[in-house]
Design a protein around this ligand. Structure first.
Ligand code: NAD
Ligand code: MG
Length: 336
């Protein structure tokens, strides 16, 4: 069994009298900053003065400084700007300003795992990674719960890296759900694999294929959206709480029989696994990382084209119209 930590294993006192600098105020940044602040931690935000987030973070009541100034103040410096920008910002604005004995922290291991960031000696390096979108990290915390999270210690220069990391994870709410001990390598490789094959890559292509097959066969876009997109969450909520067997208990036996006979026709298991092994190999040998950095440096031609294509897809335009008329419950997620 892998090691898990919970609230009783964490002590927020390990951040007392310390400054936690959060670089970036996007999806993860705003959530970490607000949760830590609500947990009583002294938080400072580092941003580009001309960036859009500057005013947002200020309006939320934070001390906002340039990245360089904020890095100077941090006992913990958490880097929460996009992965493909981190190396350049680190090199120019963070590295020259890190306090000796500070901790450098990440929510994804990409730049350490592939060597784009090489921290100096004497600095702790840890990973505190919620396994969920930033906006959920905030909404769950507000609900009194948290998102399951990962901890990894790459460098323990001070002998206190783990205590600091656990306190940080308690502060963002992760300890309420459970903190799994891992390494930068395992986190990076499994994270990229999960999002590419199942969570984002696999699932979006499945929803899209289902939507297209139904609408091309003459069914209404609305019916196709409800069946192949909207209902996915309702099913996954059951899996999330009760496992696949629990979901199977709730659905009809007709649906369950269909799962067994038609699932393998759509996703032939051995073939899908073989394809996934190819994706995993590209992640492990650095091919994916190299391609993504090159794509970003070339001005993101494929990324931009694909994003526009999906935004204009009838699955998206239909969904937008239907969602606008829906009444949303209490645990709403806001894409601020
Ligand atoms: P994001 O795209 O939401 O963050 C953008 C923020 O970075 C904005 O505040 C922007 O102003 C700031 N920024 C951009 N360029 C900057 C620069 N040059 N200098 C200073 N600030 C700059 O990022 P994110 O999705 O929250 O990802 C942050 C980290 O968290 C990444 O390592 C990512 O892998 C990891 N992570 C993200 C999620 C998620 O839910 N999005 C989940 C787990 C881990
Ligand atoms: Mg992920």
């Amino acid at each position: 069994m892998a090691t898990m930590y919970y609230a009783a294993d964490c002590d927020l006192k390990n951040l007392e009298g310390k400054v936690v600098t959060i670089i970036g105020y996007g999806s993860q940044g705003h959530a970490h900053a607000k949760n830590l602040k609500d947990s009583g931690v002294h938080v400072v935000i580092g941003l580009r003065p001309e960036g859009k987030s500057w005013e947002v973070a200020k309006a939320d009541g934070f001390d906002v400084l340039s990245v360089a100034e904020a890095a100077k103040k941090g006992d913990v410096v958490m880097i929460l700007i996009p992965d493909e920008l981190q190396a350049a910002v680190y090199e120019k604005e963070i590295a020259p300003n890190l306090k000796p004995g500070a901790a450098l922290a990440f929510a994804h291991g990409f730049n350490i795992r592939y060597g784009y960031i090489k921290p100096p000696a004497g600095v702790d390096v840890f990973l505190a990674a919620p396994k969920g979108p930033g906006h959920t990290v905030r909404s769950q915390y507000v609900e009194g719960f948290g998102v399951p999270s990962l901890i990894a210690i790459e460098v323990d220069a001070t002998g206190r890296a783990k205590e600091t990391a656990l306190a940080y994870l308690a502060g963002i709410g992760g300890a309420r759900a459970g903190i799994l001990e891992t390494t930068f390598t395992e986190e990076t490789e499994t994270d990229l694999f999960g999002e590419q094959t199942v969570l984002c890559g696999g699932v979006v292509d499945l929803m899209r294929a289902g939507f297209e097959v139904l609408t091309e066969a003459g069914y209404s876009k609305e019916a196709a959206y409800f069946e192949c997109v909207h209902e996915l969450k309702l099913i996954i909520d059951l899996v999330n709480k009760f496992g696949v067997s629990g979901m199977d208990f709730s659905i009809s036996d007709t649906a369950e029989y269909g799962q067994y006979v038609s699932g393998p026709r759509v996703v032939p298991l051995e073939q899908a696994k073989e394809n996934m092994r190819g994706v995993l190999k590209d992640i492990q040998d650095g091919t994916f990382a190299k391609n993504w950095v090159a794509e970003h440096e070339a001005g993101r031609p494929l990324f931009t084209k694909k994003r526009e294509e999906i935004q204009q897809h009838p699955m998206e335009t239909t969904g937008k119209e239907l969602r606008e008329k829906m009444v949303w419950g209490r645990n709403d997620i806001d894409l601020v």
